[in-house]
Design a protein around this ligand. Sequence first.
Ligand code: ME8
Length: 492
Amino acid sequence: MKNKFYLTTPIYYAISKPHIGHAFATLYADIIARYQKLQNRKVFFTAGADEHGSIVEKKARQANKNPQEFVDEIALLYLKAWRALEIQYDVFIRTTSKQHKKGVLNFIEQLYRTNDIYPGLYEGLYCINCENFLTEKELVNGLCPDHLKPPQKIKEKNYFFRLQKYLPLIKEKILNQELKIIPKSRRNEILNIIENGIPDFSISREKVKWGIPFPYIDGQTIYVWVEALINYLTALGFPNNKRFKEFWPSDLHIIGADINKFHSIFWPALLLSIGTALPKTIFVHGFFTINGQKMSKTLGNIIDPMTLVSKFGADATRYLLVSQFPASEHGDIKESDFSLKYNTDLANGIGNLLERITTMIIDYKNGFLKKTNFDKNIIDSVQKTEKDYFKHMENYELFYSLQDVFLFIKTLDQYIELQKPWVLNKNQDTRIDKVLATLLWGAEKIISWLEPFIPSKTLIVKNYLFKMKKGKLKLSDGKRVRLNLFPRIKEE
Ligand code: ME8
């Protein structure tokens, strides 16, 4: 039987079209999902939209739309962007859907019966942009540290969840790796929060109307973060669908650093309370700035992934976004570097190498290669690359996997320079068979490693190689069908 692999992305607030921050996390998950499928695992991969709560309510009002109409439009923009980036999710879960509401109500009813919730008065600070209750301590110069906006003062009756009761158990599970938080720095951040103590948290709101009404308690709406987290269950048809039984617990939640506390503390506590298994791994990616600045509407530096796709194509955009810096760190994106990186890595790197190899095989051998063994040096190099590549992929270190592949691309480039197949051909040296076969084998390895990253381009290469091996790429006029995978573009 195949091993299952359930992975999720954050569900983004349906308040504006996606930017490259959202695209990054979802793309990251897509690459992992495709990789896992290639490892013959049974994968379920979810994306979605967070459509309730005060920020959505506010944005809809500003747009002069009723909230449902508003989120319907935004959700479409997400679907469009994910299609353009060739994201192959299995379910796009919307929190205004019937399926979600039904599962959430079931969850909250179970929670209600646990004695883990109690009424209280919430008096304090709230950042509407992250839908988060803040303490004075968390503010930076009086502002929410993530949004750099002043929080609201609120005072309302809420229902609280006995979070504190579960902190020792969560800590234990993090320490014994039952609940893995990657990278270490993010795990330590959570352990510190637990160490310093954290108050019980509100799971209902009194003054927010756009949401799911709290069962059994009049005048309360389920706190948007609580129902948003439950999407990871409702996407599988929680509680009764057989898909839920098959795929839960999640193997991997991919999230950004801003929402670590919700996923690594609140979410496990809620699950423990109703006696449901915890996620196995939470991968926390860093945030990027644009040319050193926070991405924001006010600064006008938001990058739309659709713009990148129309300029570079889907595959190159996928590559450019994940090859900037290791996901576990914060990084800076320089949009003007994209063209240079495109030309260096894709046009001159992989594209050029594959064209060189196939050109020689077609021109010298019409596409037909003799069966021979491969060059020992390249065999060694493939084995080393494979070892590193798989280790990095299994640890979700996509940046480093790409580095492994590009190191091997360099090795093959050098091998060509050293062996000079054009000289072997001129001299009718029989060593050419082994050299070309080795190169083709290396090229096929590269394609297999890059498939999760640039799936359409690797498919084009596979088809090209298939035809090449049948001798179908030399035209009757002696010309060759070109493999121009990543045409060079003008640099800015
Ligand atoms: O927090 N760099 O939604 P959200 C990298 N609805 N990633 C970025 C980024 C940046 N500059 N900006 C955003 C929410 N992201 C909740 C989630 S999940 C149950 C509910 C990415 O629309 C990053 O993955 O604010 C971050 O965690 C997510 O967008 C936040 O999206």
